[in-house]
Design a protein around this ligand. Structure first.
Ligand SMILES: [Zn+2]
Ligand SMILES: [Zn+2]
Length: 71
C-alpha cells in the first residue's frame, strides 16, 4: 500500500478511515477501541488507545451517530 498523500510506501493505515500513511504524514491521537458498560461501577467506560495511527484528514465524530433504522 502507498501513502494516501504522497507516493511513499505507507507505514500503516489510519485507525478510523483505513487510508495508508507514511511516516511523514502519520498523525497520532486517541482512538476508542471499545465502549462497554461496567455493571460493578454502574457507568459506561471506554477502552482508548492514546497514540493510535491517524491520517489527520478524516474527522471522527466525538459522539456515536444514532441509527434508528437499524434498531
Ligand atoms: Zn506520505
Ligand atoms: Zn483517517
Amino acid at each position: 500500500m502507498t501513502c494516501w498523500f504522497c507516493t511513499k510506501a505507507s507505514r500503516g493505515s489510519c485507525a478510523f478511515c483505513g487510508r495508508g500513511v507514511c511516516e511523514d504524514h502519520a498523525r497520532f491521537g486517541p482512538f476508542v477501541l471499545d465502549v462497554h458498560r461496567s455493571e460493578a461501577r454502574s457507568r459506561t467506560e471506554a477502552l482508548v488507545v492514546e497514540d493510535a495511527l491517524q491520517c489527520g484528514t478524516c474527522k471522527p465524530r466525538p459522539q456515536p451517530v444514532p441509527m434508528p433504522e437499524l434498531d
